[in-house]
Design a binder for this molecule. Sequence first.
Ligand code: SAM
Ligand code: SF4
Length: 519
Amino acid sequence: MSNSHNQLLYIETVGCQMNVLDSELVVAALREGGYELTESMYDADTVLFNTCSVREHAEHKIYSQLGRLKYSKRKRPDKVIGVFGCMAQKDQELIFQRAPHVDMVVGTGQLAEIPRLVSEARRDRNKALAVSLARTGGSRDEVVSSFESYDPLRDPTMRPSPFQAYVRIMIGCDKFCTYCVVPTTRGPEQSRPPSQILTEVGVLAGQGVREVTLLGQTVNSYSHVEDGRTFRLADVLELIHDTEGIERIKFVTNFPRDMDARLLEAVRDLPKVGRYLHVPAQSGSDTVLERMKRGYTVGEYREMMSRINEIIPGCAVSSDFIVGFCGETDEDFEASRRLVEECRFKNSFIFKYSPRSGTKADERLVDDVPEAVKRERNARLLDVQTAICEEDNAEFIGLTADVLVEGPSKMALKQMKQQPAVTPHPVPGVELSEDAAAEVVSLETPGSAGTDVTSDPVSGPIQLVGRTDCDRIVVFDGNPRLAGSLATISVDDCTATTLIGRIVTREVQHAAVVELPVV
Ligand code: SAM
Ligand code: SF4
């Protein structure tokens, strides 16, 4: 379809990988209906916000953006403004009250409705609210079916890179940690049939994807009965492992209590599965873990770490921590600091506790740690983690690492923007919550959001970025055509977040089978 004026779509995504994937699916469906993406929410005819409710900060951002659109909507009443995802499911009517110029509010379970609702909003100028049942709003089966999983079309251009794709293997969560809105906003835990997962991975490989990341809020709790057999995550890894074209498989996020030996053995024995596990501890204090209702003790978390180190030597482990949770004392915080030092995480995402309405912690506990103390504990834990990252990264200097090349680094992209030999196509409006700099230690990709490196040849090497199978970020100079292939890098230097090296082998490009220049 042609790009007529009333079909410009602006989409902004906040939150986790699950949201990035949801946006990919929504954009694919709207593109089918003739929409084209724009990077300006003011020029767009349809503006969609894919939202996060995990912390208050993420919600504020969306309400500020909505505020900015008030006058734009007044000037152009046919502009359709929609809010979808977790905040939509959580706030529902409240969004219309706080931002009366919003046309549609769509929960995480109704994303398939978006194309129809956008057309109806434009045609009828009615407000639409499409959300799932509350967790107590019906029988489990009724609530489950109101959170229908949405996995139809996919849009490769919305991916972080053309060679990497997310695959949802579970939706929802039944763990009910006392601080967390996810069981409410994403609904009951449901695992997807393994045969569907295998088909989707095959399709992605056919599109040129080299690395898949399996997604679930507690991905290692995966359990699905198909043809009389119970499949766990280890079985899914085995099932998809031999898919032609797939070089690397990752999975996030793991729940400590469900990290069993069988899964660890699968990670050890399946060469394409990265030796990297994200297993959030949240706190190093038993009293805090108890108040969070995490269902394990610090001792059990330590035992899990020993099991990981014993079964998969050299495996990288990363974690999440919440600082300043209700009642957290200096001693409790010290216990978290000790756990970080002892476990030497590859990285940790550190969050200040943010009370969320509808959670048990908000109803029953007092948010009694002052903001200044939360901020100070956040900074201190971050310092400890950063020192570990620097020391551990330095251990790689002088070694070689196999890296899956993602594309140009952030620095290269910046330079390319100044001299546009390559036109980067960054994914419009994708902002992962982990980037909230002051709150988080995020060893994020300094790289390749949505850049089509295959179509715009560049003369000469530029700085590229990739990851080792332990998920360490590596930058090195090379030809952009290396994107999507495995390269061996000799590490010469490092920072806390990044290994810096150079290519030491001749690589054969996956599709074209041409030898690539050695830098
Ligand atoms: N399912 C994952 C797990 O259990 O580890 C995490 C999902 S949650 C979207 C990502 C992280 O946000 C959590 O691990 C936790 O550290 C943080 N988080 C969740 N609720 C929070 C809150 N109310 N305040 C601060 N951080 C929070
Ligand atoms: Fe939230 Fe806990 Fe479920 Fe993770 S396991 S999504 S923190 S309730």
